[in-house]
Design a protein around this ligand. Structure first.
Ligand code: AR6
Length: 175
């Protein structure tokens, strides 16, 4: 059965879904924007797990476009999937890198057995991408997975901060 793909306006930290995706940075140790909100709401258990990742597999940081899961601390979700979007201010303008954030996060969610996943508008804040482009890349990446017959969670929800970004995702889903 095809998954439900939807866009809602809201705060991703309150989503009661199996997995929520964090628009992190390579350090995995927190920051501003949605990353700061997720760490603040999840509490110290999340930072502890991120520090362990940095001490082990991701000693040099999480590369742009890759994704890795942790528990979700005090959040209502079960897992946080951390991914690092391309930073336009550093000349990272390749849409394939942004698409990889979405597809790799879906892969991680599927490996975990997550039945539902929430995405923010990765790279549409501090990292300087235009919301319309993020929305197009995100929706294409997710639909590509579905059309390719690959397993994905049954509910894929984009959770957007503000009407402007919500409108961009609604338009991309209708296209
Ligand atoms: N729920 C949903 N969306 C949110 C929330 C929230 N609670 N808070 C912000 N957004 P950004 P990036 C939106 O800057 O561009 C961090 O410092 C926000 O309005 O969070 O990938 C990291 O540590 C925007 O539409 O992520 C990195 O250093 C979208 O989420 C860097 O920022 C993404 O904005 C990553 O930058």
């Amino acid at each position: 059965m095809d998954p439900t793909i939807e866009a809602v306006e809201g705060d991703i930290t309150t989503q009661r879904l199996d997995a929520i995706v964090n628009a992190a940075n390579s350090s995995l140790l927190g920051g501003g924007g949605v990353d700061g909100a997720i760490h603040a709401a999840a509490g110290p258990a999340l930072l502890r797990e991120c520090r362990e990742l940095r001490a082990g597999r991701y000693r040099d940081g999480l590369p742009v476009g890759e994704a890795v899961a942790t528990g979700a601390g005090d959040l209502p979700a079960r897992w946080v999937i951390h991914t690092v979007g391309p930073n336009r201010h550093r000349g990272q303008t390749d849409p394939a890198l942004l698409a990889a954030c979405f597809t790799h996060s879906l892969d991680v969610a599927t490996e975990l057995g997550a039945g539902s996943i929430a995405f923010p508008a990765i790279s549409a804040g501090v990292y300087g991408w235009d919301a319309d482009e993020v929305a197009r890349v995100a929706v294409d990446a997710v639909r590509g997975r579905v059309d390719g017959g690959e397993p994905v969670p049954g509910l894929i929800r984009f959770v957007l901060f503000g009407q402007r970004v919500h409108d961009a995702f609604r338009a991309a889903l209708q296209a």
